[in-house]
Design a protein around this ligand. Structure first.
Ligand code: IMP
Length: 465
């Protein structure tokens, strides 16, 4: 079967971009199937650094086709900026990028709504969204009557539809601002201060702007579902690239502190239109520790010098928003849950080098909630908020791992740490990353102990062949 899938098992930012870039070598098509311009991935190759958001990093390779499917919410300004940035650095984009005509479009009102509400209508803690209009765009998609898809830009009734929606949104935004002034709405605005009222949306100006976008994007727009099905049935090798992390999944994550799409493995089929039966290998990507941006519980958070060590050594600042990430110890309860949920076969442990210099390391292997030992990830966020981690303590290492290229060369303490992650998650660690460069990657045969722990699947593909 021709499909490989890369899924982040934590709260996003697991360095999936680097892994996808490496795996792309063995695939012909890379597929981005959910999320939007809230994602950011950085790929470092030699002295070149690439920061991408909507377009898969596969675009950097000549022979690879990159597909952005209908499950994605597409901000046309963002994607055009990325296309222009790639072209200006000599990357061939034209024949290699396909955008689904089914992708829902982000409009200025989505960004205004996101910044105005940030999910806190019911009061309480803000989600701390990226402010990219992701939630409001998905809300309109599900609501249907106020939604516009990429393919709609090329239809005769686009202007009429747009005018109808803009009139409605102006009334809505105006009401929300008035409610905010009266204190009736819990304004979050990305976790910050109250936004000032905006001038009304101008349908004619938006129409003209989106018509320009439509012309710029025309060469890339097609029915990507048909394209993917044709190719998967023809035996082409597809790499599915999940954005965000599985704990931010709208249905299975730490709701409501989640994104608005299915960012765990369950989203691959619905987002891409390719049935799960075509996927042979699912690689679960974890950081060697935990991070989270925005609101919501992070049971192993370290608001102390350990957290600062992780943030500084791991350069833990958002690619898109530059917000400092919250940092903590590895949470095996959470990652075991998402590994199972996503049908993970193998693990990739990223940023292992960041742990260097710490005398001892902790892994959370269970929680105490209301005095009870709990090994299953709680389904309600209020229970997760009460969770007190139960830690296992392992010895750390002082060595700099960043120049190591072989599993055998890793310090025994690092091997032990990796082995314990593999045991707790019930999957073998197949790939280890010790730095941002493509070269700083170790492909390891899983130790026998980990293979024994593996629940169902034999190791189908040796990661270093
Ligand atoms: P939204 O996706 O902008 O609606 O944000 C919802 C939540 O998901 C916020 O806590 C964001 O910080 C988080 N989030 C969204 N995209 C990413 C990502 O790519 N990495 C990490 N966190 C993300």
């Amino acid at each position: 079967m021709p499909g490989t899938c890369v899924i982040g098992l934590q709260w996003g930012d697991e360095a999936k971009g680097k892994l996808v870039d490496i795996l792309t070598e063995d695939h012909e098509i890379v597929v981005r199937y959910q999320g939007g311009a809230n994602a950011g991935h950085t790929v470092v190759s030699g002295d070149q650094t690439w920061k991408l958001s909507l377009i898969p990093s596969g675009i950097l390779r000549d022979a690879v086709v990159c597909v952005v499917t209908g499950g994605v919410v597409l901000d046309p300004a963002s994607v055009i900026k990325e296309i222009d940035g790639l072209k200006s650095r000599g990357v061939l984009v034209g024949p290699k990028l396909k955008l689904s005509d089914r992708a829902h479009l982000v409009f200025p009102w989505h960004i205004a709504e996101d910044r105005l509400l940030d999910g806190s209508l019911s009061g309480g803690e803000a989600i701390g969204t990226t402010g990219r209009g992701i939630g409001p765009c998905y809300r309109d998609k599900v609501g249907r009557s106020l939604a516009i898809r990429l393919g709609d830009l090329y239809r005769d009734d686009f202007r009429t539809k747009l005018e109808h929606i803009v009139a409605f949104k102006n009334r809505l935004l105006n009401n929300w601002h008035e409610s905010a002034d009266a204190g009736a709405v819990g304004i979050a605005a990305g976790g910050g201060s109250q936004p000032s009222p905006q001038p009304p949306l101008d349908a004619a100006a938006i129409h003209s702007q989106y018509m320009q976008y439509a012309e710029r994007l025309r060469p890339y727009v097609s029915d990507t579902t048909a394209y993917l099905l044709d190719n998967v049935e023809a035996g082409k090798r597809l790499l599915f690239e999940g954005a965000q992390g599985a704990l931010l999944d709208i249905d299975h994550g730490t709701f409501p502190f989640v994104t608005s799409s299915n960012s765990s493995g369950v989203g691959v089929a619905s987002g891409s239109g390719v049935p799960g039966r075509w996927i042979e290998r699912v690689i679960g990507v974890v950081k060697a520790y935990s991070t989270r941006v925005g609101g919501g519980p992070l049971p192993t958070e370290q608001m102390n010098p350990i957290g600062e060590h992780l943030r500084q050594r791991g350069r833990e600042y958002g690619t898109i928003t530059m917000r400092p990430r919250r940092c903590g110890w590895f949470d095996a309860v959470a990652a075991r849950y998402t590994a199972r949920l996503s049908g993970v076969d193998q693990l990739a442990v990223m940023l292992l080098d960041v742990l260097g210099g710490l005398d001892e390391l902790k892994i959370c292997s269970a929680y105490t909630i209301d005095g009870n030992r709990v090994e299953q990830f709680p389904s309600h966020v209020d229970d997760l908020k009460k969770a007190v981690p139960i830690y296992e303590t392992l010895p750390g290492w002082q060595e700099d791992l960043s120049s190591l290229r072989s599993y055998d060369d890793l310090p025994a303490t690092a091997k032990r740490y990796l082995a314990r992650i593999g045991e707790l998650l019930g999957r073998p660690v197949a790939i280890v990353s010790v730095g941002p460069d493509r070269e700083q990657t170790i492909f390891c045969e899983p130790p026998a102990t980990q293979q024994k722990q593996w629940p169902r699947h034999p190791l189908r593909t040796s990661a270093n062949t």
